[in-house]
Design a protein around this ligand. Sequence first.
Ligand code: HEM
Length: 173
Amino acid sequence: MTGEARNALARAAVGLAVPVVAIVVLVWWSPSWLYPWFKAFHIIAVIAWMAGMLYLPRLFVYHCEAEAGSKQAETFKVMERRLLRAIINPAMVATWTFGLWLAWDGGFLRDGWFHAKLLLVVVLSGVHGFLARCVRDFAADRNTRPQRFYRIINEVPTLLMILIVILVVVKPF
Ligand code: HEM
């Protein structure tokens, strides 16, 4: 295993361990008076996650136009890596942590709207994983997908976000 792969594995392990430990502690401690505060933190994390998820494919669209090895292409690599590691990844972990606690404390675990929302958020997390793979491909100058592909994929997080927000606010079923 290369050093980079080891680092990626370590980051993924920490990213998984932090929310699991946080959720176990919060469920055991059960500070219900914190509900509105955690909802606020959940929404802040959602905004950061979505901002990154909407911007990253846009960067890929411009990156496709830059010649491999050019100064512009190298700048895009730095922007993509920083956006993923400093904003998108931690924001997703925070969204899941606060969201699962809210679901448990609010008693929503058996509700239809919550199951539908969870399914869409799992799909959104899958898109997140795919975009992280694209960042690695661009970083190694081995992207083969056309610009049009990233223009289309750019709309997927938007569509999922609209459906998720309607489900959680309207709670239609
Ligand atoms: C990661 C998994 C997620 C879980 C488990 C989760 C769960 C929850 C729960 C249980 C609530 C409280 C609902 C209430 O108090 O009525 C909530 C609020 C909210 N969530 Fe999530 N959520 C997640 C991700 C997301 C995502 C990705 C978005 C947007 C794209 C989102 C948007 C919102 C909004 C806008 C609210 C406030 C709704 C209101 O107060 O009316 N959540 N979430």
